[in-house]
Design a protein around this ligand. Structure first.
Ligand code: NAD
Length: 476
């Protein structure tokens, strides 16, 4: 752990073994922090913030530090990508793409640091002056999940530092490796001690302390909805600001006039990318009735060809799930789908392949004949499971797509741009893709409507989350 500029073990002396989900080998031993370690990290962040040298540093200088972290990530991107694949099982190409995105996030927020000069407001009173400025929030707790370990951390660390906050980061206890490595780069970049702190350990101890502690001004969390609710409750004790990036059950709407080949390939990519362990996975396929049979046939045929394997093998298209517990959860959902009467069209079990027996692999799975009242359609499986439903009109497509507690992302495939616009403006979701799935980048905001979360990451909005707004009025 990295607390107040020092690398330390937990005061408890406890450690945790980190497992490669491809073969269950132990790849590292991490410190297992506790409440006391977390309090120490919070105290370092609090003291550093209150003393003021970071928050009042000229914004362009803070920006340079953040930019420098981005450059170091670029320099070490191959090593970081390998660590991420080792830790999560995702393919090495996915990890390389993640690292390129992550470097860009730091470069973007580094550049944005000095771009917000505030605004002058016309006062209604004579001989007076009003200005509105943005200031850092203070001490920020940042809790991240295991599916995109470093990407999710980057989305939080870069804007928080650029805006002048001090931070305590708590990565998922299952996948801490790349976040540890980036803290080494944060140290190398010369970020002053106490500004950025790293605590490792279980959510129920370190994460819970961060969420409840009165010296933390903002808690930013990415992870499951139930954890999000617990954090929200804990944060209410001192009315912390909260930013939540929670789950999704994202619709992918395909009209009959879509480019058939691309829509089929992308429908598979939408849901099976990273074995479906993606908050924005296109897990609910809504396909226009007139092309349903042909579309499903193509999906099934191509799904059977998806190559599971070692993420380090360049020909692997999908790695394992993250853990035995998660595999069991996915298996349970497939059972639920079958009991509910959905038709298991392909997959629905672990692969037979002897090479994959030590990993947490599950075959890409498609259910047809689904209806919106099924749990398999409504609940986030967070695995390689696609449900297929049909619609007859654009109005029905919108109705089905919006019939969910979630509102993270959705996509529509059609060559009729008016139809695409009709759908895009009516989906109650933070991101809508037209004729594509998954693109996100540092310049545009990311976040959920409804129970998919509160607030936005990335883009100008992602920076604003880490600021307070102050009105300064002066009577001349
Ligand atoms: P999780 O909620 O189990 O854990 C996330 C983090 O919260 C971990 O660091 C964990 O240690 C910590 N935590 C657990 N209990 C806690 C507690 N009581 N108090 C404070 N912290 C606690 O989620 P996960 O299984 O790691 O990730 C999967 C979930 O994340 C999925 O639901 C997925 O949709 C969501 N996710 C959302 C986005 C997004 O951008 N909306 C991105 C990635 C993942």
């Amino acid at each position: 752990m990295y607390i107040n500029g020092k690398w330390i073990d937990s005061e408890s002396g406890k450690t945790r073994e980190i497992i490669n989900p491809y073969n269950q080998e132990i790849i590292a031993t991490a410190a297992e922090g506790n409440e006391k370690d977390t309090k120490d990290a919070i105290q370092a962040a609090r003291q550093t913030f209150d003393e003021g040298s970071w928050s009042t540093l000229p914004a362009n200088e803070r920006g340079e530090f953040v930019y420098q972290i981005g450059q170091l990530i670029r320099r070490d991107s191959q090593e970081l990508a390998e660590l991420e694949t080792l830790d999560t099982g995702k393919t090495i190409q996915e990890s390389r793409d993640d690292m390129a995105d992550i470097a860009n996030v730091f470069l973007y927020f580094g550049g944005l640091a000095d771009k917000n000069g505030g605004e002058i407001v016309k006062s209604p009173f004579p001989d007076s002056e009003s200005k509105v400025v943005r200031e850092p929030v203070g001490v920020c707790g940042q809790i991240t999940p295991w599916n995109y370990p470093l990407l999710q951390a980057a989305w939080k660390i870069a804007p928080a530092l650029a805006a002048g906050n001090t931070i305590v980061v708590k990565p998922s206890e299952i996948t801490p490796l790349t976040t540890v490595k980036v803290f080494q780069l944060i140290e190398e970049a010369g970020i002053p001690k106490g500004v950025a702190n790293l605590v490792l350990g279980a959510g129920v101890s370190t994460g819970a302390e961060l969420s409840a502690n009165h010296h933390v001004d903002l808690i930013s969390f990415t992870g499951g909805m139930e954890t999000g609710k617990t954090i929200m409750q804990a944060a209410s004790h001192n009315v912390k600001k909260i930013a939540l990036e929670l789950g999704g059950k994202n619709p992918n709407i395909v009209f009959a006039d879509a480019d058939f080949e691309t829509a089929v390939d992308q429908a598979l990519n939408a849901v099976f990318f990273h074995a479906g362990q993606v908050c924005s996975a296109g897990a609910r396929l809504l396909v226009e009735e007139s092309i349903h049979d042909e579309f499903v046939e193509a999906l099934i045929e191509r799904t059977k060809r998806i190559k599971l394997g070692n993420g380090f093998d360049e020909s692997t298209q999908s790695g394992p799930l993250i853990s035995a517990e998660h595999l069991a959860k996915v298996e349970q959902y497939v059972e639920i789908g079958e009991k509910e009467g959905a038709t298991l069209a392909v997959g629905g079990k672990r692969p037979n392949d002897s090479e994959l027996q030590n990993g947490f692999f599950y075959l890409p799975t498609i259910f047809t004949n689904c209806t919106n009242d099924m749990r398999i359609v409504q609940e986030e499986v967070f695995g390689p499971v696609l449900t297929v439903e049909t619609f007859q009109s654009k109005e029905e497509a919108v109705k089905l797509a919006n019939d969910t507690i979630y509102g993270l992302a959705g996509a529509v495939w059609t060559q009729d741009l008016n139809k695409a616009d009709f759908i895009a403006t009516r989906l109650r979701m933070g991101t809508v893709w037209i004729n594509d799935f998954h693109p996100y980048f540092a310049q545009a905001p990311w976040g959920g409507y409804k129970q998919s979360g509160i607030g936005r990451e990335l883009g100008q909005q992602g920076m604003e989350e880490y600021t307070e707004v102050k009105h300064i009025y002066r009577n001349k």
